[in-house]
Design a protein around this ligand. Structure first.
Ligand code: SAM
Length: 273
C-alpha cells in the first residue's frame, strides 16, 4: 500500500520509490496518472488498473499473481490508498489469503489539512465524503453534530457549496470551519471562518479539491450538563420533537430542563454554538 503525492510530486518518500521500482506490477486507480508519476521518477514498472468499478474482479487476478510469488504495489491517484479510495477489498482478500500487506506511509489530504488547521487539539473524526444527496448528507451530519472532536470531510469541487449549506443548517452557523484547498499545489489556500461566513467566501473562490474541517461541538460552551445527559438528549432529539426530547432527557438524567433546552437548540442548529 504505497502512498503517493496529493499534488506536489516531490511529496513521495524514498521508500515508496524503492517499492515502486522493485514491484512486479503497480495496481493503480488510474494508469495514466500513475504512469505520469512513474515516468517522472524514471520507474519502468508496469501499471495495471484497479479502480472502484473493477476492484473485486481485479483482486482475483492480483491474488493469483501473488500466488506466483510476485510483488504488487497498490497506489491510488493521490495520497494514501484505501482512504476514501480503492484498496480496502484487495487488502482484506490478500490478508485473508495469508499474504503480507505492508503500508508505505506518506501523503494524506486529511492529515495534511489537520496539521495546518488549528483544530487538531481535541481529536478528530474522519468522515471522508458525505453522501451526494442532501437528505442523506443531513442525516449523517445530524449523527455527528454532538461530537466534541473536529469533523474532517472530503468534498468534490462541484458539491462543496451545497455541502456547506447543509453544514450550516445542521451544525449551526457559529462553528469555526477551515477550508484547505489544493493542498501542496500552486494555488494552495487555507481559510478559516465561521460556517455562517463560509458561503460568501466560497463564492469568491476558484473550484478545487477541498478538505473541510469543522470544529466539534463546544464542550466548554455547554451548560455544565453531564456527558450522559447530552448523549441521551442527542438520541431523543433524533426521534422526537424538541420539547418532548428535552422533557424526557430531563426526567432520565435529572438535569435542569432549561439547560437541556438551550443545548437542544444548539444541537438542532437553531442557535449559534
Ligand atoms: N486517498 C486520498 C488521501 O489519502 O487523502 C484521498 C482521495 S479522495 C478520492 C480525494 C479527495 O481528497 C478530494 O475530493 C479532496 O477532498 C481530498 N484531496 C485530495 N487531494 C487534495 C489536495 N491536494 N488538496 C485538498 N484536498 C485534497
Amino acid at each position: 500500500m504505497v502512498a503517493t503525492p496529493i499534488g506536489n510530486l516531490r511529496d513521495i518518500t524514498l521508500r515508496a520509490l524503492d517499492v515502486l521500482k522493485e514491484a512486479d506490477i503497480v495496481a493503480a486507480e488510474d494508469t495514466r496518472t500513475t504512469s505520469f508519476l512513474l515516468r517522472h521518477y524514471g520507474i519502468s514498472t508496469r501499471p495495471v488498473s484497479l479502480h472502484q468499478h473493477n476492484e473485486q474482479k481485479k483482486s482475483e487476478a492480483i491474488l493469483a499473481f501473488l500466488e506466483e510469488g510476485r510483488k504488487v504495489a497498490l497506489v491510488s491517484d493521490a495520497g494514501t490508498p484505501a482512504i476514501s479510495d480503492p484498496g480496502e477489498y484487495l487488502v482484506d482478500c490478500a490478508r485473508h489469503a495469508g499474504f503480507e500487506v505492508v503500508p508505505i506511509p506518506g501523503a494524506n489530504a486529511a492529515i495534511t489539512a489537520l496539521s495546518a488547521s488549528g483544530l487538531s487539539g481535541n481529536g478528530f473524526v474522519f468522515q471522508g465524503f458525505l453522501p451526494a444527496k442532501s437528505s442523506a448528507r443531513k442525516k449523517v451530519l445530524a449523527s455527528l453534530k454532538a461530537l466534541p472532536q473536529s469533523l474532517v470531510f472530503y468534498e468534490a469541487p462541484h458539491r462543496i457549496a451545497d455541502c456547506v449549506t447543509d453544514l450550516c443548517e445542521v451544525l449551526g452557523g457559529g462553528r469555526r470551519v477551515v477550508f484547505c484547498r489544493e493542498l501542496t499545489k500552486l494555488y494552495e489556500t487555507i481559510h478559516s471562518c465561521t460556517l455562517n461566513d463560509a458561503p460568501s467566501w466560497l463564492s469568491s473562490q476558484q473550484k478545487g479539491e477541498f478538505v473541510v474541517i469543522v470544529e466539534g461541538f463546544g464542550i466548554e460552551e455547554k451548560t455544565g450538563l453531564s456527558e450522559e445527559a447530552e448523549r441521551v438528549l442527542g438520541i431523543l432529539l433524533d426521534a422526537l420533537p424538541l420539547n418532548q426530547a428535552v422533557k424526557l432527557a430531563s426526567s432520565i438524567s435529572g438535569e435542569n430542563r432549561n439547560a437541556l433546552y438551550e443545548l437542544a437548540l444548539k444541537m438542532r442548529g437553531s442557535a449559534i454554538v
